[in-house]
Design a protein around this ligand. Structure first.
Ligand code: CMC
Length: 392
């Protein structure tokens, strides 16, 4: 059946051509459609970045307002979908809920599942970008027993999400522009990261011709793991477990011990062998948010800064080129804003949806793309004859 390359974990396999995101892992460079992530985080906004991902260019003023109008048009979810939430236990992890409800969009929006039609592909993309904040906020509200808050189209994307998450019908959420801006920046920093595990999952699911909502649900499932998007939640748990700066050396020693499965969460990356450029922006944003909220001495931030300092000087981490990644500081910001740890990976999924769907669109438009079908190295039994149960 021909030769193939054995590459478990796909450490050296290129799976597709893409024009969306460029990473130079040795230099710590990340570009979206050519634009450096630092510039996008500093000067742009998430809606613009979404447009850029989908269309390849930054929008002019008219295109931007049309795009924003289309996104706000789709922010509500079908009223019946709220019934779907009620089927979950209240203590369900919100990522479990997200895997279910996003997959369920396939059952509600049939009119945008014809993947042969480019217009329907774009409508499905807009729907996903628009509805993810609504669904994420609903997952949170359901878990704490508060009523769902409807989207408000007079608010910006991040502001609307904060309002649906923290507002209650009897009292609207007082939007702090610094916090809303930080939220928007966090979305930009998570928007896309080329062929990472969840994006490759979306592409693989999509390569069979599955509908976009089902493909994004597959991406959410993959993102959940602690080696991927679940790391932001794991970082905060780790910092809390460390508890005090004095205990950092103990955890560093554990991370280096090959007989201990513990790893420094928020450290290391398959592609970056240098500082993750997103982590740098995140660290700065973290300081801004804590200053705005008047949090002078955050014990977890103190531990994080000291942990980073010690690790970056330790020969083990230096030799293996292990640096903080995007998840290292994001949890501290999200906690300060008021999100419980269980929502951290949901926020990652919300922001990554644009990357997933842009990559999905790129793949569908590429008619040369075949169904993804890796091979294997078979190590099981050789051929043998069936033995009836009474003779075994
Ligand atoms: N702590 C201690 N040792 C580590 C760590 C870490 N965080 N990360 C890698 N190593 C060691 C690892 O033990 C291995 O050592 P050796 O060569 O002696 O066996 C070496 O570094 C290479 O690690 P690897 O597991 O072969 O590398 P990988 O590319 O397969 O894994 C990773 C990348 C991100 C899964 C890994 O670095 C890790 O588990 N980090 C912690 C989890 C984390 O922060 N994930 C978020 C990634 S960025 C955002 C995202 O993708 O969602």
């Amino acid at each position: 059946t021909g030769y193939f390359t054995y590459d478990p974990g796909f450490t050296s396999t290129g799976s597709c051509e893409s024009k969306i995101t460029f990473i130079d892992g040795d230099k710590g460079i990340l570009l979206h459609r050519g634009y450096p992530i630092e510039q996008l985080a500093d000067k742009s906004d998430f809606m613009e970045v979404c447009y850029l991902m989908l269309h390849g260019e930054l929008p002019n003023a008219k295109a931007k307002s049309e795009f924003e109008r289309s996104i706000t048009y789709h922010t509500m979810v079908h009223e019946q979908l709220s019934q779907f939430f009620r089927g979950f236990r209240r203590d369900a992890h919100p990522m479990a809920v997200m895997c279910g409800v996003v997959g369920a969009l396939s059952a509600f929006y049939h009119d945008s599942t014809d993947i042969e039609d480019p217009r329907q592909r774009m409508v499905a993309s807009h729907r996903l970008i628009a509805k993810m904040p609504t669904l994420a906020a609903m997952a949170y509200k359901y878990s704490i027993g508060q009523p769902f808050v409807y989207p408000r189209n007079d608010l910006g994307y991040a502001e609307n999400f904060l309002n649906m998450t923290f507002g209650v019908p009897c009292e609207p959420y007082k939007i702090n522009p610094v916090i809303a801006k930080a939220m928007d920046k966090i979305f930009i920093l998570h928007a896309d990261h080329e062929q990472n595990a969840s994006t490759s999952t979306v592409r693989l699911a999509g390569s069979s011709g599955a509908n976009p909502f089902a493909c994004i649900a597959a991406g959410i499932a993959c993102l959940w793991g602690p080696a991927h998007g679940g790391a932001n939640e794991a970082v905060l748990k780790m910092l809390a477990e460390i508890g005090h700066k004095d205990r950092i050396p103990e955890f560093i020693a554990r991370a280096k011990d090959k007989n201990d499965s513990f790893r420094l969460m928020g450290f290391g990356h398959r592609v970056y062998k240098n500082y993750d450029p997103r982590a740098k922006v995140m660290q700065q944003t973290c300081k801004e948010v804590l200053a705005e909220l008047g949090i002078k001495d955050d014990p977890l931030l103190d531990i994080a800064v000291e942990l980073e300092r010690i690790a970056l000087e330790d020969p083990y981490f230096v030799e293996k080129k292990l640096y903080p990644n995007v998840d290292f500081y994001s949890g501290i910001i999200l906690k300060a804003i008021g999100f419980p740890t269980s929502m951290f990976t949901v926020l990652f999924a919300l922001a990554r949806t644009v990357g997933w769907i842009a990559q999905w669109q790129e793949m569908i438009a590429d008619t040369s793309q075949k169904i993804g079908r890796p091979r294997q190295l078979y190590t099981g039994a050789t051929a043998r004859d069936y033995v009836p149960v009474e003779q075994r």
